[in-house]
Design a protein around this ligand. Structure first.
Ligand code: MG
Ligand code: ZN
Length: 219
């Protein structure tokens, strides 16, 4: 019974996600669904990505949180269009929320849409939003056992950004073992060690993202 309900929910979500995708394509927008546990640095990565790519293309942002507009205010200071979604308790974004957010964004003025999901490594992995790419922000203080505990998340994403590498000397985190564990469950994934604090590694992530979105922008 419960399984059937979940299937119906995901089925309905998938239909709206397809509509979102079509709308994004129509406007030549490349959308990235950024997921992570709370505090891993999703907003910091969004800010760094804006700073690195803003000279090359027009960026827009959707901020997802259970409550508050703190992140949207931060991103808004960068002068890019941003919409805050408050899920009111829901622990993930769904396609319907994104559909509403897209209705409130100047789609003609956006080429790259960064969607910051709710901080949670479980259900965000199950809900397609209509995005072109899924990225996960992992962080050094969280420990290197996450791929074993949240396999669905790690198999779903196209890229893993390992944030807070500036803390590596102070925290027990084996970067090599972590990378190996991710590759074992998702051989195609791209991995980017970065520090959003020092900026190290951000350029490499941004350049890869830019290269990834070009075909969509051209088509
Ligand atoms: Mg945030
Ligand atoms: Zn959820």
């Amino acid at each position: 019974m419960e399984i059937k309900v979940l299937k119906d929910i995901l089925g309905a979500n998938e239909q709206i996600a397809r509509k979102n995708h079509a709308l994004l394509e129509q406007h030549g927008i490349f959308a990235v669904n950024i997921m992570a546990s709370p505090g891993a640095g999703k907003t910091s990565l969004v800010l760094q990505t804006i700073k690195t790519l803003r000279s090359k293309l027009k960026v827009g942002v959707i901020e997802g949180d259970i409550a508050s507009t703190v992140d949207a205010e931060l991103v808004g200071k960068e002068g890019v269009p941003v919409v805050q979604i408050n899920t009111g308790g829901e622990c993930h974004l769904d396609a319907n929320m994104i559909q509403n957010a897209l209705n409130n964004l100047p789609l003609k003025s956006i080429e790259l849409l960064l969607i910051e999901n709710v901080g949670n490594l479980v259900c965000p992995a199950e809900f397609n939003l209509g995005e072109h790419m899924k990225a996960l922000v992992a962080s050094v203080p969280e420990g290197d056992d996450k791929p074993f505990k949240y396999p669905l998340m790690f198999t779903t994403v196209d890229a893993v950004i390992i944030n807070k590498t500036d803390l590596l000397p102070y925290v027990k985190f084996n970067l090599e073992a972590f990378t190996k564990a991710i590759k074992a469950i998702n051989a195609k994934v791209e991995i980017f060690p970065v520090s959003c604090t020092t900026g190290e590694g951000v350029q490499k992530w941004a350049e890869w993202l830019f290269a990834r979105m070009r075909p969509a922008a051209a088509g």
